[in-house]
Design a binder for this molecule. Sequence first.
Ligand SMILES: NC(=O)c1ccc[n+]([C@@H]2O[C@H](COP(=O)([O-])OP(=O)(O)OC[C@H]3O[C@@H](n4cnc5c(N)ncnc54)[C@H](OP(=O)(O)O)[C@@H]3O)[C@@H](O)[C@H]2O)c1
Length: 187
Amino acid sequence: MSKAKLNVVVAACNNMGIGINGKLPWRLKQDMAFFKKITSSTNDPERKNVVIMGKNTWLSIPAKFRPLSGRVNIVLSTTLTEVHVPKDVYLAKTFEDAMNLVDSMESTIEEIFVIGGASVYNAAMFGSYPCRIYLSRVLDDFKCDTFLPEIDEKVFTKITNPSSVPVNEFEDNGTKFHIVVYEKYFN
Ligand SMILES: NC(=O)c1ccc[n+]([C@@H]2O[C@H](COP(=O)([O-])OP(=O)(O)OC[C@H]3O[C@@H](n4cnc5c(N)ncnc54)[C@H](OP(=O)(O)O)[C@@H]3O)[C@@H](O)[C@H]2O)c1
């Protein structure tokens, strides 16, 4: 891993909502497939990517799908202990602790993905690390109780989608979405 850079992966609807009652407000199979691909793919087959998530996001993943396979899972929590999570899952009490943990794994890690929820996105987007946002813009209204912090376009620049990110509009269960990418170069 070179100098740490964060990659936020998030899907948000018209009101920038991301969740309701501890779950996703929608079921978008093609977005789940994009999430899996972008967070799992590495150029170096010897390395893995890290996914950093909050406790509620961890708990929102169906038990049979967690930890997320092929990725190093780090869960942020001040209350969970080793007895609450499988052996191959790392716990961190602060975002900085999570970043120090990633630093200690340096040669085995390729990219760092921040996968929610709201306060973890907040830490990534407003912290001092370079940050890229992969935003699936869900073009519909859903009732939500959890929201993505505002993407300040004075800080984040919309970039052309890299070749790994489709530019087309998707439709799943009657809901359309497309993926946009933002980058923050300096803090
Ligand atoms: N649309 C999307 O792309 C997307 C992605 C992810 C999640 N979601 C949705 O968002 C909701 C979950 O998000 P959420 O915001 O409620 O919760 P969350 O961020 O996943 O989890 C919150 C908990 O994580 C721990 N935590 C968070 N930041 C921390 C930090 N900096 N240091 C230490 N601990 C930290 C705390 O646990 P303790 O109380 O144990 O300290 C906190 O109570 C669900 O509805 C989920 O489906 C949507």
